[in-house]
Design a protein. Structure first.
Length: 131
């Protein structure tokens, strides 16, 4: 295990912008992440904003993420166990946490573009929330 979060994370945003939270990384441009895990709950509360939450990463432009896991509960307008939103490669990751979202929910990925997946496992409960 290279990195592990076991704490509870929450972000509150009262403006019209974007709020982002992740168990390991909230926001980034390019990264290779291997062997990380999240045990804590991750949540974003925002008023009239887009809010992204992920067990490992909230939002990242390009990522190569492998051998990571989430067990915590994740909550956002777009939420997932591994990455809230990304372009990139996700391999050998798993999620056991509960995912709660207003817009998009995924056990592994909430929203993605130009992706590659291999060996994903999700036993998550996805809950769509009402505004």
């Amino acid at each position: 295990m290279i990195c592990l979060n076991s704490g509870k994370l929450s972000v509150k945003n009262d403006d019209m912008g974007t709020a982002v939270a992740g168990g390991i990384l909230g926001f980034g441009s390019i990264a290779d992440i291997t062997g990380c895990g999240n045990l804590g709950d991750v949540g974003v509360a925002a008023w009239r904003a887009i809010y992204l939450a992920g067990g490992i990463i909230g939002e990242i432009k390009e990522v190569n993420i492998s051998n990571c896991f989430n067990i915590g509960s994740i909550r956002g307008s777009t939420a997932s166990g591994i990455v809230g939103e990304t372009n990139g490669v996700i391999s050998n990751c798993f999620n056991l946490g509960t995912i709660s979202a207003l817009r998009r929910a995924g056990g592994i990925l909430g929203e993605g573009h130009n992706l590659s997946f291999t060996s994903q496992v999700s036993f998550a409960t996805a809950i769509m929330l009402e505004e």
